[in-house]
Design a binder for this molecule. Structure first.
Ligand SMILES: Cc1cc2nc3c(=O)[nH]c(=O)nc-3n(C[C@H](O)[C@H](O)[C@H](O)COP(=O)(O)OP(=O)(O)OC[C@H]3O[C@@H](n4cnc5c(N)ncnc54)[C@H](O)[C@@H]3O)c2cc1C
Length: 440
C-alpha cells in the first residue's frame, strides 16, 4: 500500500513537471509599458489574436508603475507626429479626468511643456478596458522563461505564479525594456557599464498650506548640504530643494537612483530598495526642518522609474547623427521627437534640443533583432546607440515604435512570413488605416 502511494506521488510529480497548460495565439507581446501597450492595442485593433504578458500587476510600465505619468512628445514644430489608437487612449484619459491638454498649436520654449499629464490610475483602467474590447488577453504575473523557434513562429515557455505554461505563436514583440526575449532567442544586446540614474517619483505632503519664502528655501538647502556632509542624506537624494518633493509635478526629477537597472530580479529589487530607502531618509530629514515638521509621505509609485538597461542590436542601429539629422529610411514607419537627453551624473542633464524642423524617424530594421526571425523589439530597448536612445526612449516614441512593430507583426501573420520579408507597403497602409502617422 505504502509503495503504491509512493509510486502515485512520484508519477504525479513527474507529470506536473512535464505538463504545462498550453495555448496559442498569433502575436505575443511581452511587457506592457508604453511600447507594449501601444503594440497590443494596435494589433488588437487590427484584428490579431494577441496575448500580452506582463510581469507585474498592471499595465503601463514606467508610465504608470514608474510614476512617469507625463508621456511625450506627440507634437513637433506645430503639428501632430504621433497618432493612433494609443493617442486616442491618452485623449480619453485626459478628458475623463477633467484634465487639460497642452496648447499644441504653439512651439513651446521648453520641450516638456508638450508632455501630457495623465492620471496613472485612470490610464490603467482605460487601457485594460481598451485591450479587452479588442480581445487582447492580458496575462499579469507571467513571464517567458524560454523560447523555441518553430518553422512558422515560436513556442514560448512561461512561468505564471509557479505554474509552467506554453504559448504557441507566430510573432513575438519584445517590449520588456530590456530586450529580454531577444536575448533568449540569441540576439545580441548592447549596454554601457553604468546605466543612467533612475528616479523615484514619490511625493510628500503637509497638512497646512504653505508658500515657502526665499529665506526658508535657502535655509532648507543649507540644512540639506549639512545632512549630506553628515551622511544622513546622499547627494543624489535631493536634486534642487527638498520643497520639490512636496508636489507631484515638481517631484518628477527630484532625485536620482544611481545605477538603476531593472534587467534582472536582483538589480530591479536593489533599485527599488535603494529608491525607497532614499524616500525614508528624505521624509525624516524634511520633518527635522522648521516649517516642514508635519511632512508626511503622500504617495509612492510601485517602482523606481528606470531610464535604460539593455538595447537590442538590430539590422540598423540608429545613431545619434541619424537621430539629430532626422534621417528617413525607406522603411521608416514612425516619427519620434525629443531632445538628446542623457542623464549622466549628479548634476543631471542639459537636453540638446533638435534643430528646428528636424523629425527623427524609426525604421523597421531598428525593430528587427539581427539574425532572429519572427521577432520585433520596441520601446526603449530598440536598436539605437546610447545618445540616440536618450531621445528615442521616451513614451511618445516608444508608443510609435510599438505601433510600428505591431503593424509589422500583423502583416507578417497575414502574409504567412516573417516581418523581415513581409510587405513594407502593407505595413504603412495598415498604420495609416488605424490612424498612425508614417513618414513619407
Ligand atoms: C525618471 C524618468 C523620467 C522620464 N521622463 C520622461 C518624460 O518626461 N517624458 C517621456 O515621454 N518619457 C520619459 N521617460 C522615459 C519613459 O518613461 C520610458 O523610457 C518609457 O516609458 C519606456 O517604455 P517601454 O515600454 O519601452 O518600457 P517600460 O516602461 O520599462 O515597460 C516595460 C514593461 O515590461 C515589463 N517586463 C519587463 N520584463 C518582463 C518580462 N520578462 N516579462 C513580462 N513583462 C516584463 C515591465 O514590468 C514593464 O511593465 C522617463 C523615464 C524615467 C525613468
Amino acid at each position: 500500500m505504502k509503495k503504491a502511494f509512493l509510486l502515485l506521488f512520484l508519477l504525479t510529480t513527474l507529470l506536473r513537471s512535464v505538463w504545462a497548460a498550453e495555448t496559442s495565439c498569433q502575436i505575443v507581446v511581452a511587457g506592457s509599458g508604453a511600447a507594449g501597450l501601444a503594440a497590443a492595442l494596435f494589433a488588437g485593433e487590427a484584428g490579431a489574436d494577441v496575448i500580452l504578458l506582463e510581469a507585474t500587476h498592471q499595465l503601463g510600465g514606467n508610465t504608470t508603475s514608474g510614476g512617469v505619468n507625463f508621456p511625450g512628445i506627440f507634437h513637433a514644430w506645430g503639428k501632430q507626429i504621433i497618432d493612433g489608437p494609443v493617442w486616442k487612449l491618452i485623449e480619453e484619459c485626459v478628458e475623463l479626468d477633467g484634465g487639460k491638454m497642452p496648447d499644441f498649436s504653439i512651439v513651446p520654449d521648453r520641450h516638456w511643456k508638450h508632455q501630457v499629464r495623465i492620471n496613472p490610475a485612470l490610464f490603467v483602467l482605460l487601457a485594460e478596458e481598451a485591450l479587452q474590447k479588442r480581445n487582447v488577453k492580458i496575462r499579469y504575473y507571467e513571464t517567458p522563461t524560454a523560447l523555441e523557434p518553430t518553422p512558422d513562429g515560436w513556442i514560448v515557455r512561461t512561468a505564471a505564479m509557479g505554474e509552467n505554461r506554453v504559448i504557441r505563436c507566430r510573432q513575438i514583440i519584445d517590449c520588456t525594456g530590456n530586450a529580454a526575449l531577444c536575448a533568449m532567442a540569441g540576439a545580441e544586446r548592447m549596454r554601457e557599464e553604468e546605466t543612467q540614474p533612475g528616479t523615484f517619483n514619490y511625493f510628500l505632503t503637509l497638512d497646512n498650506e504653505i508658500k515657502p519664502t526665499r529665506e526658508q528655501l535657502a535655509e532648507w538647502r543649507k540644512r540639506a548640504e549639512e545632512a549630506v556632509r553628515k551622511g544622513e542624506l546622499l547627494p543624489e537624494d535631493i536634486r534642487g530643494n527638498v520643497w520639490d518633493a512636496f508636489s507631484a509635478e515638481r517631484s518628477s526629477s527630484f532625485n536620482y537612483v544611481f545605477n538603476a537597472d531593472n534587467s534582472t530580479a536582483e538589480s530591479r529589487t536593489d533599485t527599488n530598495l535603494r529608491g525607497r530607502a532614499a524616500a525614508l531618509r528624505v521624509l525624516r530629514f524634511a520633518r527635522s526642518l522648521p516649517g516642514l515638521e508635519n511632512a508626511r509621505l503622500a504617495f509612492f509609485p510601485p517602482e523606481v522609474g528606470v531610464r535604460e538597461t539593455w538595447r537590442v542590436r538590430g539590422e540598423i542601429v540608429i545613431s545619434c547623427a541619424d537621430y539629430t539629422s532626422g534621417k528617413v529610411w525607406d522603411d521608416s514607419l514612425a516619427f519620434a521627437y525629443y531632445p538628446v537627453d542623457l542623464h549622466v551624473n549628479a548634476s543631471g542633464v542639459a537636453p540638446a534640443q533638435l534643430t528646428e524642423g528636424v523629425l527623427p524617424t524609426i525604421p523597421l530594421r531598428a525593430l528587427l533583432p539581427a539574425g532572429v526571425e519572427n521577432m520585433l523589439a520596441a520601446g526603449r530597448c530598440l536598436s539605437s546607440d546610447r545618445l540616440a536612445n536618450s531621445g528615442l526612449r521616451v513614451q511618445g516614441a516608444s508608443m510609435a515604435g510599438g505601433q510600428a512593430a505591431a503593424a509589422a507583426a500583423v502583416i507578417a501573420v497575414r502574409e504567412g512570413t516573417s516581418p523581415r520579408k513581409a510587405s513594407l507597403q502593407a505595413m504603412k497602409t495598415l498604420l495609416r488605416e488605424l490612424g498612425a502617422i508614417v513618414p513619407e
